[in-house]
Every structure is written in C-alpha cells, then in structure tokens.
Design a binder for this molecule. Sequence first.
Ligand code: G1P
Length: 294
Amino acid sequence: MTASPFRSAVVPAAGLGTRFLPTTKTVPKELLPVVDTPGIELVAAEAAEAGAEQLLIVTSPGKDAVAAHFADSSELERTLAARGKEKLVAKVRRAHELLDVRTVTQDEPLGLGHAIGCVRGALADDEQAFAVLLPDDLVLPTGVLTRMAQVREEFGGSVLCAFDIPREEISAYGVFDVTDTEDPDVKRVHGMVEKPAADDAPSTFAAAGRYLLDVAVFDAIDRITPGAGGELQITDAIALLISEGHPVHVVVHRGGRHDLGNPGSYVRAFVDFALEHPDYGPELRAWLTARLSD
Ligand code: G1P
C-alpha cells in the first residue's frame, strides 16, 4: 500500500514576530526573504511536494499580506511578460500555483495548540489527518512529511518529526519520551513535554516543526489547559492523546535544519541559501572568505 498523504497542510502564522521588530511593524515575519523567496513560500512548496492540495494559513488580524503573497498576480505577470522577463514571471506565479490557499483567523494569541484548533472547520469531513508545518522551521532536505505519512500508514495515529538536539538547547523545544522500533529513524513516543528544564528532559529528541496529526487532536485541544508560557500547547494535546492510548511516533530527521524565528539564526539560513544560489553564491563565498580573514 502506498502512503496516503494528507490533503491539508496547516501553517500557523499568527504571531507578532516581536524578535524582528521594527520590521514586523508592517511586514509579517513569514514574508521575510530567504535570499529572494519568503520563508512561507518555501514551506508551502514543501507541503505541495508532499502531496498537500490545500494550505490553511492561520493568521491574526492585520496580517493579510501573508495570504496576499499567494493570490493571483496576473497583472504583474503581464507587465513582466511584456518586458520579456519570462524567468521572473515563473518566479512570481509559483506561490499561486503551488496549492489552494485559505486563511483561518486566530483572534487571540492563545498558543500553538489553540491556533491549530482554529482549522477544524476548514477540513473536509473525510479528512482523517492533516499536516502542520511551522514556518519558522526549515527542515532540509525536504521529504520528511512523505516519510511521516508512511509511518502513519504503518502504525496509525499521529507522527511527528524529531531532531536530536544538544541537551543544553533542549529547553527551547517540545521533547519526546521515546523507545526504539526496528527502524533506527522511527521511534515510539510515550510522552511529550513542552520546554522542560535540561535536567528534566526525557530525551534529546525534540519536535522540529513538522506534524502529521490525526483529527483526534481537535478533541484533545478542547480538553487541555494553558501550559508552558501560559499558552494552549499542541505538545500538551499530543501528550493527552498518548496517555489515552493514541499511537504517536516520530521520524528522526538526520538532515539539516534552519530556524527562521530569530534574527541570528535567520541570517545563517539566508547566508546558507545564498551560498548555494547560482547567481549569488560564488561572489558571496569569495567576499565572506576575504571578510573573515580580515
Ligand atoms: C514550538 C513548539 C515546540 C517545538 C518548536 C519547534 O515552540 O511549541 O514544541 O519544539 O516549536 O521549533 P516555539 O519555537 O514556538 O517556542
């Protein structure tokens, strides 16, 4: 049996982006470019590649520009085409053509679990599972969602992506209590805790921004109370499901990862992508080498 991928991918994008102020006074964090492409378009492309047909962006009031990025841009395309700029036409059109985009508004910033709960009414009755991609996290190379869909086929339930993180950084994450399966990259999850102190962390396997959730999670979200940071945490909803016998597994991703969520690591992602870019990479590499030897 082939993995039956989910149809909907949810991208929570309702935050204030305080770490990027003052830019985020008017520009949503999710639209900051990685070289020339907004981070959320990279994440949308990953979802489309894994088979998603619909992108549900959870936004807050005042962040209309995020959805506008995916809107039809035929006027701009016509102008570019009239100037013979066919390559640019393709670049401009890509976001609109990737998949259908809908927005769901989260009126109050009550946490990631609450944001995910907001999409319940936007799924069709026959959708049994959906993906969640946190737009701050770039998981590289892409493809982990497809692997996660295969694991759901095999074990049922919900499947998350995990990274093995140095223990001194673990308290920034949702952390898994796991045991091995026959596949070294797939682990069974017995518990999950949001942002534990390093000494209390049940492992060094942390949630890394990719979730394939069974729709049973909506009922769990309804039953959790505010957790870490006073917010309704998706981690706590998943922990509740586990305690009730819902199967949860992680796929341990051994590849790379970038965090677009704060300026320091965002710059790293930008430079990394720029170094790989055929137009900008060689010159940037030469400049960086000289700059670093100053
Ligand atoms: C969120 C999740 C956390 C996860 C992390 C991955 O935390 O709550 O479980 O490990 O994303 O980036 P945040 O980074 O929003 O604090």
